[in-house]
Design a protein around this ligand. Sequence first.
Ligand SMILES: [Zn+2]
Length: 299
Amino acid sequence: MKKKIIAVILMLVLFVGTFSVLAQSLEEQLQMQDRMIYTQFTTYYPRDNRYNTFFGEIATNLNSTIVDVFGQDKDIIFYVCPSHFGFNAMSFYRVIIFDSLLLDSLRHLAMARAYYGDLDNEYIDELAQSVGTISRKHQSRDFSGINFRDQNNPFGLPPVGQLTPQQSAKAQELFKGMLASWMCHEGSHCMLDHVKVRMQEVQNMQKKFHYQGNRKQFANSLNAYAYAKINQKLEKEADVMATRWLIESGYSIEGFILWLKFGEKLEKAMGVNNAYLRTHPKCSERIRYIKQAAKEYKK
Ligand SMILES: [Zn+2]
C-alpha cells in the first residue's frame, strides 16, 4: 500500500447507472472513476495530516505482508479528510477515503477504553450519541460545528479524563489496532477488486434481464437487490481477509473487535438508516465470524 494521498465525492451507485453507456473497458472506467473521486475529495475537502505518523507506520507493516496474504501487490492510495461520510471510510478501486470524524472517534474510544477499562459506562454512551449526531450532520453536508483551530478535538467530542502515562500507552496501542483493522478491511476490498466484482455482477444481471419489463424500473430494483446481496458477501470476505492480514502483520484482533462493539452502540444511537450500517452486516455478526476466522488462521 503506497502512502500517497488522494480523494472523492461521487457514490459508486452513480457509476453503475452510467456504466453501460461508456464504450471503455471496465479497467479504464474504474481508473477514471478513481481519478474523479480523488480529484473531487482533494478539491472539496481539506486534507487532515494529524494521523500521518500512524498511517505511515501501519502502512509499512501491511506492505511487508501484502504479497504473502494476497499473492501480489497493488498500489493503493488513501486520503484523510473531514467528509460527508460521517463515522466511516470508503474504498473505491485503488483509492480509500478515511473520514476524520471516524479517526477522532476511534481515538476517543481508545482513550475511554484505557481509562475506564470497559465499554459499559456513561461516557461511551455519550460518545456514541455524539458521534451519531455529528455523523448525521456531516452526511447532510452540514459542517458548521467543526472548529479547525482545535487540532485535538475539532468535532467537539466529549472529553475523556486525564490518562496516566500507562493508560495513554494502552490507548495508543488500541488506536493503532483499530486503525490497522480499518486499513486492512478497506485495503482488502481493493486487493480483492470488489468494486469490479460488484460492477460485473450488476452488468451480468442487466444482460440477463435485458428484455424483461420496464428497463428503468428494473435497473432501480436491480441496483438495490444487487447492492444488498453482493455487499453482504463482499463485506464478509473483506473482514475475513483483513483478519488474516492483521495477524500476519503483527496485530491482534482486539482493536477490530473493540470498535465493532462500539459499532453496536452506534447502531442503537443512529438507527438502521445510517449508510454504514446499511452496507455492512450487523456488528454482532461481524464480531462472531472475525473471531472464528482468527481462530482458524492461528491454527
Ligand atoms: Zn467494507
